[in-house]
Design a protein around this ligand. Sequence first.
Ligand SMILES: Cc1cc2nc3c(=O)[nH]c(=O)nc-3n(C[C@H](O)[C@H](O)[C@H](O)COP(=O)(O)OP(=O)(O)OC[C@H]3O[C@@H](n4cnc5c(N)ncnc54)[C@H](O)[C@@H]3O)c2cc1C
Ligand SMILES: NC(=O)c1ccc[n+]([C@@H]2O[C@H](COP(=O)([O-])OP(=O)(O)OC[C@H]3O[C@@H](n4cnc5c(N)ncnc54)[C@H](OP(=O)(O)O)[C@@H]3O)[C@@H](O)[C@H]2O)c1
Length: 447
Amino acid sequence: MLRVAVVGSGPSGVYTAQSLVQMDQEVLVDVLDRLPCPYGLVRYGVAPDHEKIKSLQQNLRTVLEHARVRFLGGVRAGAGGVPVERLRELYHAVVYCVGAATDRRLGIPGEDLPGSWSATEFVSWYSAHPDAGADGFLTGARSAVVVGVGNVAVDVTRILARGAAELSPTDMPQAALTALAASEVTEIHMVGRRGPSQARFTTKELRELGSLADTDVVVDEAELALDPACADASALPAAQRRNVEVLRGWAAVPPKGLRRRIRLRFFLRPVELLAEAGRVAAVRFERTAPDGRGGVTGTGRYEEVAAQLVLRSVGYRGVPLEGLPFDVERGTVPHVAGRVVREGTVSRGEYVAGWIKRGPTGVIGTNRPCAKETVTSLLADAPALVARELPGDPLAALRAEGAEPVEWPGWLAIERAEAELGASLGRGVVKLPDWAALKAAATNLNH
Ligand SMILES: Cc1cc2nc3c(=O)[nH]c(=O)nc-3n(C[C@H](O)[C@H](O)[C@H](O)COP(=O)(O)OP(=O)(O)OC[C@H]3O[C@@H](n4cnc5c(N)ncnc54)[C@H](O)[C@@H]3O)c2cc1C
Ligand SMILES: NC(=O)c1ccc[n+]([C@@H]2O[C@H](COP(=O)([O-])OP(=O)(O)OC[C@H]3O[C@@H](n4cnc5c(N)ncnc54)[C@H](OP(=O)(O)O)[C@@H]3O)[C@@H](O)[C@H]2O)c1
């Protein structure tokens, strides 16, 4: 009987487990995660005010409750956890679905000034990720710059502009809700280095910015005109054309003078973060111009935008997992159709799926065919893999490695504790924000 470890319980890990049990009637799957909670970025990335997408957790849950799938939270693979080599001994096959946990860097002076954060840090904070150490994002901030025009940039911009009334029904942790409710940020500049037709956000997400309470969306017609593709949007692919149409619509309407403004800016590339009294005070941008090949060139003209808060939303990045090969350039694990490649050779019994396989792009659903491709490779290799006898149920061996697995009842106990916390605050479910609270809840099984 084939025994597989899936490392990571985000969408790619859960879809891998699902494909395995659907395509092999006997396989046993352990889904390991370093966190005591499942679902990866669906729990710790998808914005709390996007309840419909968040509810996808229910679909993922049915997979983790399958009779031949076992969730083992609190088990880290690699450094400080169970070594990759040990996992290979305990299972016939291991599928790494560890995502892309860190942020890309801008590589410009001032990037690390107090007040400058990666969107990853901000998202982790308002999502109650237990590793989110930082607080104080909004202290003293009246104007914010969000660098980048992808969907994460739209998420963080929208969360900055949302009022307490809209955030209170979400599962956002109480400290983040309190801070956002008291926020004095009224100007939010979301800035792209290329043109409006090249922005990475999707139209549905973009449009939502226009429906926020007490918030004007401001677009400068002159900046749209800098993009030759905007002159005849009909030639653009549908997704980009719709974006341009939405932006044009906003550019045509004068601001109403509402309490908050979201300014969508284009053709500005950040060159430096400027300090005042040891904190970020402004971002210096160079005006860019299209180079005719989809990129931009600098024009030698500069503009400063005042900001006491800077969120760098320029993409995520995979981190190396000790014991696995890593392509530093791409931030991914080298593979062929999901089979891990070590020094040019396919490694027996090791696979990848999701963001660590493809890089940090794609929505939740993109991970489903990606996982299926990997599982197809794995099951083709299975006859050779199952020939090896295993030492027995891996649970005891994982404990012997120092892991303290949180099994499904432990996760259900965390869910109960979050419902109780919410009720005590007069809200719905409210997430537990730190390791201590999660661990205490997970072990309180009889509660
Ligand atoms: C801020 C943000 C918002 C998003 N919003 C949406 C949205 O609204 N709609 C949408 O369709 N898509 C959204 N996406 C994209 C979507 O979240 C990704 O496509 C998807 O989560 C990638 O899945 P994954 O399983 O590869 O990685 P992840 O979801 O990151 O899962 C990786 C899992 O691996 C675990 N892990 C990592 N290292 C180890 C280790 N060493 N040992 C054990 N476990 C480990 C992590 O704890 C995590 O649970 C969003 C992405 C981001 C960044
Ligand atoms: N609601 C949703 O469906 C949802 C929500 C969140 C995330 N997601 C998905 O998750 C994935 C990751 O999203 P993301 O927003 O992190 O990444 P992304 O879509 O790749 O966008 C990154 C943005 O950063 C810009 N950028 C990169 N390097 C830069 C630099 N040095 N200086 C200035 N700008 C720079 C990019 O501009 P260039 O184009 O010029 O490189 C782009 O605008 C995407 O596939 C996204 O669709 C989906």
